[in-house]
Structures are given as C-alpha cells and as structure tokens.
Design a protein. Structure first.
Lengths: 780, 261
C-alpha cells in the first residue's frame, strides 16, 4: 500500500504535460516489473528484452536493468532474452501486480564473457524509434585487432559508419561531420573532457572495466544534452556480487589487473581495475640521451561499489582516475589527466516509476613544467564540474513510456596559471577563472501508437548562466577590445536559453523491416578551441561568454532497417543532414596561451554536414562481423577564413569503408581481421612560395583545398584459448597492425631540399608499418 | 609536441619514415611580396625589396619587381623616396631610423598602392650576454644559443633575433615578447629544431627591437607558414594594406658573437 500511495503523483504527471492517459479500461490490468541480472556475477543487464511469446508486446530493460510492463489479466508466457545470454521463459499468471527479478545464464565461452546488450534477437534496429545509434559488445572490442594489442573502445567505434578516426592510431573521433569536442563522452554519466592518453594513441577507457558502450550519432534522447555531434555513453561494470574474481593481462606496452567480488553476497560488490603502460622502459634502452632520460607513460584506475539497499533502492559509487606523464630530462615535463566520480541512487518508487539521482564530479587538468636556466615556471590549467541530475522513468502504460528530469552543472574553468620561482625570468600570472552554471529540464515520451507505429517526442530546455566574478569584454571585428565590463562574484554576465526539440518516428513494415525518421536540436556551451592539426592535452576548453555564443546544431535523419536471411544479417541505411551555428575557430596567428581575452583570438561561423551510412552486419555463426560504408560531406564557413567562402572541414572525407570479420576457427582459436579505407582528410597545402627574412615562406590561397592521400590498412588478430577451466582460464592474443605495410601519410610537410636549398620539396611522414603485438590474459 | 609524437612513433613502431612525394599543385594568381626595413644602424641603408610569389616547383632565387615608386614618410613629415638600386631592390641612406619615430611606407606598383606603418620602439634594448645552453628537448645535439637581456617595464616589448652560424643565416624565425616576462631579465633560448650547432662554430646573433604588429607577423609566419606547422597553415598576418604579402619593420639592431666551446 505504501507503494500505491507514492504512485499517486498526479503533480508529476501534470508536470510532464505530455502524459498520455493510461487509465484502466473495462478490463483489469496488471504490471510485471523487476530487474534482469546475470546469474553468474549479479551484473544488471542493460537492454534485455522482455516480451510476450507470439505477441508483439515487449519492453527492454533500462540502463540499470529495470523493466516494467503492463497488460490485462491472464496467463502469459514471457520470454526474456539478451544476446550472449541464454533465453529464459516464464509462465506468469497476471492476477495482480508482480515483481519478478530475472537471472539469466550466460551462454558464451571465452575469457571475458560475451555480453552483447541492446541487441535482442530479431534485430535491435527494427523496432522502436531510435535512429543513429550504435552499440558495441565487449566481445567485439576484445577480438578486433588494434595497434599494439591495446583493446580500445574508442578505436573500435571508428569502424562503424559515420564515426571517423582522427588519424593514424588515434582514439579521437569525428561523428557525422562534427568536431572532436562535439562528442559527449560519458563514463558512468561523468563527462570526460580529454578521453585520450599519450597524445591520442590510446583512450582513457580500459576495456576490462566496461560493461556497455552506446553511441548516439543522431536522434539523441532528451535526457542527453550539451554536445552537438554525439553521445558516447559508457557504463562501467558493477562488480561481481556472487564470487571473487581476478583477471588481468600483460601486453607489449601495458599491464592491467581487474579485481572484483561481493562485499556481501547478492547485496553488494566492488570492482577495481588498473592499467599502466611501460613504454618508458623502452625509452631507457635508447642510446639517445634525450630519449633515455625521458618519461612517457600513463596509468589509470577504475573503481566501483554497488549496494542493494532493500528491494527498492540501489546505490552505486564509481570513479575514474588517470594520468599521463611525459618529460624530457629535467627541463621539460607535462602531465595531464581526468578524474571523475559518480554517486548514483536508484529508487523504484513503484512498479511503474523508476528514479535515478546522480551526483557527478568531473575534473580535467594539465600541468606543464619548464626548468631551463632562469626559465623556471609551471603552467596549470583545469576544468572542473559538479553535476546534480535527477531522472525519472515512468512506465505509464503499455503504450507510453515517459522520461523526465533535470540536470544542473556548475563549471569552473581555470584557463591558465603561471607559477614561477623568485629567480625565474617569467612572471607569475593568473588568467581569470571562468564560472558558469548549466541547467536543463527535459521530458520525453515514447508512444507506441500501434504495433507498427511508434513516436518519441520530447523537449529539453537549457539555460546557461555565465557568472562573475571577472572582467568580460566587447571586441570589434578586428579582435580589438573596445570595452571591458567588470562583474562581481556570482553576478550573471549573460543568460542563454535554448529549447531543444527531439522528435522521432518509427514505422515497422513487417517483422523484418522498418523505416524511421528523427529530428534533434543540440546545444553546446563548453567549447574546445584548437588550431593544432592533431589534438594536444593543452588544447583550450572555454565556456560560453558574453561573446562566445552557444553552439547549436539541427539534425534530421532518415533510416531504413532490414533483417535478412532469418535475422542472420542486419542491414542499416541512414542518411542525415546537419547544420551547425556559432562554430568557433582561431584567427590566423592566434596566441593561445598568453592571452587573457580569448575572444580577441576567435572567429565565428557555421557548418553543415550530410551523408549516407550503410552497415551490413552478420551477427551469428562462426563468422561474424560487418561491412560499413559512409559517403559524406562536411563543410565550414567562418567569417574571416577562406574569404568567407564555404570550405571542407579537416575531417571531410568522401568515402569511409571498414570491413570487420571475426572467425571462430575452433574452440581454441579465434581469428579476426579488419580492413579500412578512407579518402584523405582535407588539408591546406601551399599554392606557391616566396622568400622573406632569408627563408622560404609558403603561400596559401584556400583553406583545406587539398587532400591527403587515401588511407588504407589491413590488420590481423588471433586469440588462442590456452586453459579453460572453472577456476582458471588463460589466453594469448596476437595482432599484426598494417599487415601489408602501407606507408599511410601521417603528415605532409614542405621544406628546402637539404642538398639544393634553392629547391623546395614535399615530404610525407608515415608512422606505423607492420606493428606486431602479443598479450597474455588470465582470469581466475 | 611534434618531437614527442615522432619519438613516440619511433618507440612503438621503430618505423616512422619519411619520403619525398609529388603533389599536383593548384594554379594560383601571383601576389606581390614586400619586405621593408628601416633601422637605426647608420651604416645600413633603409631597404624595400619587392618580388612576387613563385610556383612551388620554381627555384628560390630572388626575382625582383621593377618599376615601383617607393617612399617612406617619417613622423607624418618628410617623405623620402627610395630609388631602385638593383632589380626589385629600393634603397635610401638619406635618413637613419630613430627610436620612437613612426615610418609610413608607400609602394605604388601598376596603379596599385600598398601602405604600411611601423614604429621603431622608443626603448632600445641590447643583449647583455650570449651563452650556449644544453637543451635536452633538442635531442642528441643539444647546443642552443641563449641571449639574455633586460626587458623594460610595460607590456608590448617585442624582439626578433637573427642567428648566423659561421656566417650563414639560420633559416628559422626567432621572436620573443614580454607577455609572460614583463620587466624581467629575460633568458630565452633560440630553439631551432632543424639545425645543429657544433663545437667551434662561430655564431652571431642580431637582436632587433620590433613593434607589436611586426612581432605578430613573424609569430604567425613561424606558426603557420613554414611548411612544417602544427597549426592549420595560413599566410602570416601582415601589416601591409592593399593586398601584398610581407611586412614593413622599423627596428633597432644590435649584435653579439660567440664561439661554441
């Protein structure tokens, strides 16, 4: 009865304004709800399908494994499925509301258990309204060969259509023509500002700690917001609440260890995962004294605790800490890293209302140390967020699923602070701290209008408050400050309101094909400003100010989805058109580090991107994998660049192809290969040259008017199962990166010929050819 | 950062490799290049060189443009004309630059007028010493020249250094300003990633006190126009209006020489 009292929340429903009446009609209706978990380790299962046998009625579990489904009185056969798990069927007599927790057995073999989520049999893409979403399983991540054998979520998603690599061996990525900072990368809901290690060669995500990866390229649900291009939602494992287990691996450049187990069996668990690279060991072997005295490594640590507090409440505490260190002797050093922490409280208010409250901390900082003669100083920069979020999911009836909530983020950016010793020839200086408060409320409803037709419609209202204290500026067209305005502590400098509609329609023709369309508006108030050709840890994050406006994108997308050959193959075709406003770029010759008024160095404009994405996926059998093809265009038009004409964005690539195959040869061996081809990036080459100050200077006419040579590469991987016992299993993983040793252009530079300085030449540098790796993994 | 990347690539792959390639360059209309200098050195003529952009495949020799009318006006007063002494080279010794004066360059060429203004900094700063420093970031040949000087109080002082190793100019832009070192005794190495200095080399360094716009020119040139930049390539931010490339700089000049031990 207590529950029923709580359920009577008409105010909440009114608040949503969208609530579709789900009043009980003549026939009595009851609700089946609960949580789906893995029998083996107690991990909740995301995206498992619960449906009535032989009827097109079903739901999927949410990100905490919760489900709720309502139907009329009667006896039903309910099937619960999740790829990688054995199906389970229950016979349930609905004469009252039932709470049923479901435990699924795992069906796979191998070290890291295969848990493919959100891909119910019969094809994930067909039903519902969601367009532009990609999910990856840990199995796919585990088996796909990568550079140096370091399994990497961010590199694996680049093999999917519409997601482009930022460069050779790089974990940075571009989604549907957006910039790299327009991807929202969330680890247990915490924003990760710099998701790369070692200048992009590795991502901050240790795949051993990851439970689920979902990428939204378009049609983002209303609970997400804050970035223009994509949402990469990464969920960490909860930890095994059944048994202790230790797993780990030793690879060519890194070692890692994962320990998890119950704190109190069935009730609570912990998980700790650590990883450290030892590339610096190789550095020591170098005869070059500038190299062997250098430091170059990173480490990271993931930790999580989960508690079940009775039937209705669960508490999760998770954190991430990572650091990169790089140094040349004693004279130069830089370190950078992210720290995130998330406390989440799930509360099941009733069989139909699920709530999650999150308190999230996110921090990114870097520190640069220079100690050379009288230049003795360090530079520190930091971005720090505190975020409180509340999310409700209301399973309003068979036909409606409402989600609503709010989020508040307090940002503090310290753009750059120089601290120097007394004897230093550098002055200690402090660039102004920037404060802002980012708020959002949202509501969205998924309405299953009929068995074939579904709608999702929602709104997200955001408010961004630029706060004092500090000096803000008015800047003229030439970037000169014309006015300085001083604000007191906490004073509102500027308030930006934005309404973001989110609409999606799905129509299912039959059991194997459907068409969907979506429209989404996104806004972004934290901007990464970079003029480097590759990402660096010192690229500058700035929040919107009185001059820097929120970036806005509008995207429409239409998709066709078909399951072929009795669901063995899955075909996805999607097209999109995206327009972007208030895009930011540096002026020519911008001074990035020393300038307090960053606005004097900036230019603004717009962007557009469109494309066609095609994915054919084979999901079952000995051979699995996919072929992905993207045809796309992305352009920018910035006032003050390229004579104010449209130009190709750096990441504009016409064709992008990835072929991925994983073959289970036998119980011992799994083989894999991938082949990648893409049109070279748009790039600026000189159209001429001249001599000034005694040296050759290159003359440029068009921004990004040339292309890098096309890129292609084949990789092989093989995994051998050594031992497979209940207590201990071990495996060896081999990979060969760039099998046919193609010299892919990493950079093309121009210089005077060394022997004949009267001539100039173009020089191509390529990085990785035939990079082999081996790693040993264990679990007990 | 480039060094770091390359080092990393070498470590992990032992296979970073370079090769010369051919590129099919687009046709572009030529553009005039003006390089104008006024200095406080009575022995040096005030010189304006006029050339134009060349195709990438052409050689680097200077091909002057004749027939321009070149004048320099001092402090909005006397206008000096610079006669053409060699093809494309216009010179005068009729005046010597003085600190604090404003110079206005006017170049008339085929009905087009290019103008630029530069002020010689009023406070002339001289180098105190030249030293040789071992910089680990420079790799296996760490010898690097390091000038030091006293920056006068007040932001906006800018400096350019020209380095000659055994009489040959080092092809590298060295500019410094006092953004983070206002009023300090500044010691900042002239780091040249591509050039090695050896024991016994005689190195001469010229120090030029330049104005902020000229600093911007050299800074942006070094950032984006050397053919080997980490930022998106672009033309330098010129102080010449009218659509020519190049710069006009009124500066003081002094020099020191050191033999590397």
């Amino acid at each position: 009865m207590k529950i029923r009292k709580r359920l009577s929340l008409p105010t909440l429903l009114l608040l949503t304004g969208l609530f579709y009446s789900a009043k009980i009609n003549a026939q009595q209706r009851f609700t089946l709800s609960g949580t789906v978990k893995s029998k083996k380790n107690g991990e909740t299962i995301i995206g498992a399908t619960i449906r009535l046998l032989n009827k097109p009625v079903g739901v999927t579990t949410n990100e905490y494994g919760f489900y709720s489904i309502t139907f009329s009185a009667g006896t039903y056969n309910v099937e619960i499925s999740s790829i990688g798990m054995k199906n389970d069927t229950l016979t349930i007599s609905m004469t009252k509301d039932i709470v049923q927790n479901i435990y699924l057995l795992e069906e796979s073999k191998g070290l890291k258990e295969v848990v493919v989520r959100g891909q119910a049999r019969g094809g994930r893409s067909i039903s519902g309204t969601q367009t532009g979403v990609e999910k990856l399983s840990t199995k796919e991540i585990k088996n796909i060969p990568v550079l140096l054998g370091e399994k990497d979520v961010l590199k694996t998603i680049q093999l999917l259509p519409g997601i482009k690599s930022a460069g050779e061996g790089n974990s940075g990525f571009f989604v549907r023509g957006g910039s790299s900072d327009q991807n929202q990368i969330l680890l247990d809901e915490a924003n990760v500002y710099n998701a790369s290690h070692l200048l992009g060669f590795f991502s901050t995500f240790n795949s051993d700690a990851i439970k689920d990866v979902t990428v939204y390229k378009g049609g983002m649900p209303a609970q997400y917001g804050g970035r223009l291009s994509s949402v990469l939602d990464i969920k960490m494992n909860d930890g095994n609440n059944q048994d202790y287990s230790v797993s780990g691996g030793i690879g060519l450049i890194s070692a890692k260890l994962n320990v998890e187990g119950p704190i109190q069996k069935d009730k609570s668990s912990f998980l700790i995962t650590g990883r450290r690279t030892y590339a610096d060991v190789f550095l020591k072997a170098s005869p070059d004294s500038s190299v062997n005295k250098s430091k170059l490594y990173f480490y990271d640590l993931n930790a999580k605790m989960s508690y079940e507090l009775g039937d209705h409440d669960r508490l999760y505490i998770s954190g991430y800490f990572g650091k990169d260190r790089l140094g040349f002797g004693d004279q130069f050093g830089i370190n950078w890293g992210n720290t995130t922490g998330t406390v989440r409280w799930n509360h099941i208010f009733s069989k139909k209302l699920f709530s999650n409250t999150s308190l999230i901390y996110s921090n990114y900082d870097y520190e640069l140390n220079i100690k050379s003669g009288s230049n003795d100083f360090n530079v520190f920069s930091q971005i720090k967020d505190w975020n409180l979020k509340q999310d409700y999911q209301l399973y309003a009836g068979t036909k409606n699923n409402v989600r609503f909530g709010w989020s508040s983020i307090y940002h503090r950016v310290r753009p750059g602070e120089i601290t120097s010793s007394d004897s230093s020839s550098v002055n200690s200086t402090l660039q102004q701290k920037r404060y802002s408060f980012e708020n959002a409320v949202y509501v969205t409803n998924t309405w299953n209008a009929s068995s074939k037709l579904n709608f999702t419609y929602g709104l997200r209202l955001t408010n961004f408050l630029v706060l004092g204290k500090g000096d803000f500026y008015n800047v003229d067209d030439k970037g000169e400050i014309i006015d300085t305005l001083s604000y007191k502590n906490g004073e509102v400098v500027k308030s930006y309101w934005n309404l973001e509609p989110r609409l999606a329609i799905g129509y299912q023709f039959n059991h194997s094909s459907s068409v969907k369309a979506s429209y989404v508006r996104n806004t972004q108030n934290m901007h990464l400003i970079s003029n480097s050709t590759s990402s660096t840890p010192t690229d500058k994050w700035v929040s919107s100010t009185n001059i820097i406006k929120p970036e806005i994108s509008d995207q429409v997308s239409v998709g066709y989805y078909k399951n072929l050959a009795e669901n063995r193959y899955e075909l996805t075709l999607e097209t999109y058109y995206k327009s972007m406003q208030n895009q930011i770029d540096y002026r020519d010759g911008a001074e990035v580090f020393t300038n307090d008024a960053i606005e004097t160095q900036l230019l603004y404009g717009k962007g557009r991107a469109y494309g066609l994405e095609c994915l054919i996926r084979k999901k079952t059998g000995k051979l699995t994998g996919w072929v992905s093809y993207t045809l796309s265009k992305t352009e920018r038009k910035i006032n003050g660049i390229n004579n104010n004409q449209w130009y190709n964005a750096k990441q504009d690539r016409t064709h992008d192809i990835a072929v991925v195959g994983i073959y289970e040869l036998n119980k011992k061996w799994t083989l894999s290969a991938n082949w990648i081809y893409y049109t070279g990036n748009a790039v600026t080459f000189p159209n001429g040259k001249y001599t000034v100050g005694g040296q050759t200077v290159y003359y440029y006419t068009n921004r990004n008017g040339y292309r890098m040579p096309a890129y292609h590469r084949l990789d092989f991987g093989a995994t051998k199962q050594l031992k497979q016992r209940k207590k201990l299993s071990t495996e060896l993983a081999f990979s060969l990166y760039n099998v046919y040793g193609r010299e892919n252009a990493y950079t093309i530079t121009f210089r005077d010929n060394e022997n004949n300085p009267n001539k100039t030449e173009a020089v191509q540098t390529s990085l990785f050819r035939w990079v082999p790796s081996v790693s040993y993994n264990f679990k007990f | 950062m480039k060094r770091v990347l390359t080092a990393l690539a070498v470590i992990v792959s032992c296979s970073s490799c370079e090769k010369v390639i051919d590129i099919d360059y687009n046709e572009a209309a030529t553009k005039y290049v003006i390089e104008g200098e006024v200095s406080n050195d009575p022995a040096a003529a005030n010189t304006v060189k006029i050339s134009q952009t060349k195709k990438f495949e052409d050689d680097n020799t200077f091909v002057g443009i004749s027939g321009a009318t070149v004048t320099i006006q001092v402090d909005n007063g006397i206008i000096y004309s610079l006669p053409e002494t060699l093809t494309g080279i216009y010179k005068t010794t009729a005046f010597t630059g003085t600190p604090g004066s404003v110079y206005k360059l006017t170049v008339k060429l085929n009905e087009t007028v290019f103008t630029a203004t530069s002020q010689m900094p009023s406070q002339i700063v001289l180098m105190d010493t030249l030293t040789v420093e071992d910089l680990s970031i420079r790799g296996s040949n760490p010898k690097t020249i390091q000038p030091d000087y006293q920056d006068p109080p007040g932001l906006g002082n800018s400096y350019r250094f020209i380095e000659y190793a055994n009489g040959i100019q080092v092809k590298h832009v060295f500019v410094q300003n006092d953004d983070i070192s206002d009023g300090q005794h500044i010691t900042r190495a002239l780091i040249n990633e591509d050039g090695d200095l050896d024991t016994g080399d005689t190195v001469k360094v010229e120090m030029l006190c330049i104005d902020a716009n000229v600093y911007k020119y050299w800074y942006s040139l070094d950032q984006a126009s050397t053919g080997n930049s980490m930022v998106t390539p672009a033309n330098p931010v010129s102080n010449i209006s009218g659509g020519a490339l190049g710069y006009f700089s009124a500066h003081s000049i002094s020099s020191k020489t050191i033999v590397i031990q």
